[in-house]
Structure formats: C-alpha cells, structure tokens
Write a protein that binds this ligand. Sequence first.
Ligand SMILES: Cc1cc2nc3c(=O)[nH]c(=O)nc-3n(C[C@H](O)[C@H](O)[C@H](O)COP(=O)(O)OP(=O)(O)OC[C@H]3O[C@@H](n4cnc5c(N)ncnc54)[C@H](O)[C@@H]3O)c2cc1C
Length: 283
Amino acid sequence: MEVMKNAQMKEYSNMKVGGIAKELIFVEEKNELKEIIDTRKNIFILGNGTNTLIYDGNLDISFVSLKKLQKISVEEKNKNFDLVRVESGLDLDDLIKFMEENNYTGLENITGIPGSVGGLVNMNGGAYGTEIFDCIEEVEVCKNDGKIEKIKTKDLHFKYRTTEIKENRWIVISALFKFKFGFDHAASEDKREQRKVKHPLDLPNLGSTFKNPKGKFAARLISDAGLKGYQVGGARISEKHPNFVTNVGNATFNDVISVIEHVKEVVFEKFNIELNTEIIILK
Ligand SMILES: Cc1cc2nc3c(=O)[nH]c(=O)nc-3n(C[C@H](O)[C@H](O)[C@H](O)COP(=O)(O)OP(=O)(O)OC[C@H]3O[C@@H](n4cnc5c(N)ncnc54)[C@H](O)[C@@H]3O)c2cc1C
C-alpha cells in the first residue's frame, strides 16, 4: 500500500472543499484491508469524491482509496449473457466504455455519473430509472472485522440510494455484473448529452444534494421555494439544476452547510416536507 501523510483532501473531493487529513492510503491489494482495519481507528473509504463533502479543518481520519483496484475480468461466458467481475476503483465511465466495446447492455441510462464502481454500489446509485444493482449478481465486500466475503444480490438488502453495505460501513472490493448483449449507443449518448444540458458541469459540485422525497422532486421543491441562486459565501444553489450546490469560488465547508440548512428550513416551512441529504457530509 502507498501511504500519503497530511493529504490535501480538497484535491480528492469534486466540491473542491476539504482540509488536511492525517493520511490517505492507496490500497494495492485487497488483503491489505485487514491490516488497515486492525491498525487504524477512524477510517473513511473514498471513491472519486463526487458525493462527499469533506470538512475543511484538520481531519483525524485515515482515508482509504481503492482507486488502484481497477481490474475487469470476464468470469463466465454464456449464450445470452456474460458474468463480468469489476473492481471497485474503476470509474463508471470506463465500465461503460468496456460495455460498449464488448456489446454489453443494461447500464446505458447511468452513463455520465462521475463516480467509481465502489461508490455507486455502496449507495445503489442510479439515474433515469436504472440502478447499478439492476445488473449485479454478487458483491465482494470486506466486513468490519477484515473478513472478505462474496454476497449474492438476492441475499443483500438495498433500496433507493442505500444498501446494507452503506448502513454497515462495509468496503466494496468488486462486483460481479450480469450483462446481456446489445449495447444501446444512442441511449447512452442521449443520457450523456442530457447531463451536459441539465447539470452545472462547469463548476465544482456533488450532484444531487437531497434525495427526492417520495413522489416529489427535490429540485422542483427548491425552485418553487424561490431558492435558485441562493448563495452563502462561495456556495450557491445552481440556477441550472436547483438540487445542485455549486462552488462558485473558494466555498468553505460552512458555506455549503449553511446553504443546505437554509434550503431544508425554507422547504419545510413552505411545503411541510423534510428534505434529507443524499450527499455524504464528513466532519
Ligand atoms: C455532476 C454529478 C452528477 C451526478 N449524478 C448522479 C446520478 O445521476 N445518480 C447518482 O446516483 N449519483 C449521482 N452523482 C453522485 C455520485 O457520483 C454518486 O453518488 C457516486 O456513486 C459516488 O461515487 P464516488 O466514487 O464518487 O463516491 P465518494 O463520493 O468517494 O463516496 C461516497 C460514499 O461512498 C462510499 N464509498 C466509496 N467507495 C466505496 C467502496 N469501495 N466501498 C464502500 N464504500 C465506498 C464512501 O465512503 C462514501 O460514503 C452525481 C455527482 C456529480 C458530481
């Protein structure tokens, strides 16, 4: 493993907010995880940092990155589908490219989510009616005692934007995908284009800040509450997509938190609806 002391975590969060961490460990081999768990008290697994707001003071945390684990291997070939194991450090974008090259279908709708496979599996990420678990047969996790286990999807609890893995703080090492054939290039490109049009991709952000309440859209509630463009310091509610908080220049952790708290209060006052954050807030 490679250990970086006093890491500048700002560089590892897509929001470009974050302080100095005790250490950032890059895992090179999955069996190193047990040693890390046994020798550290406060661990946080970091993927691509596209959903994590990191406190900007001193962080007494050992951040652990699986970015070096990116292998893709076809484990089984069948007439109608293949079983493909993908390590958690791979970017979703690279998995989509691999699917296109191999004519695999199933995840075209989530094209363009900037997370890692591990991050997406942890929270059952998704878009346009597709969730990553739609194509997963089995996950390989490291549990809190350092034991590595393979769990069949049918034996795992997961629902909208959460999983048993997230609730128990297990570590995703790999996922076994079941891919049928027939990559839909048009659908994949369409979703990528829609993201360019709808999301403020020119500014640092963490995607959707709040989960959609049942039957409602958080973005619509925020817009109807008149909060588009609401700003504290360098943190601003995007006009393009009001469920995104953007960093318009040197936003601090507290700027972002203030915006989040204000949105929650106003939406609750106006519509009696409680918004819950989808992003991870790490302090
Ligand atoms: C522009 C933009 C658009 C987005 N659009 C979408 C969207 O359409 N749908 C959607 O669902 N999300 C979306 N997101 C949010 C984000 O990309 C996803 O939540 C993604 O799954 C996060 O992956 P990550 O690797 O960046 O995770 P991180 O932000 O690094 O981590 C997020 C959480 O996952 C945990 N984690 C990361 N890796 C692992 C692992 N290997 N094992 C266990 N836990 C792990 C972390 O501990 C943390 O709790 C968007 C974000 C951005 C910036």
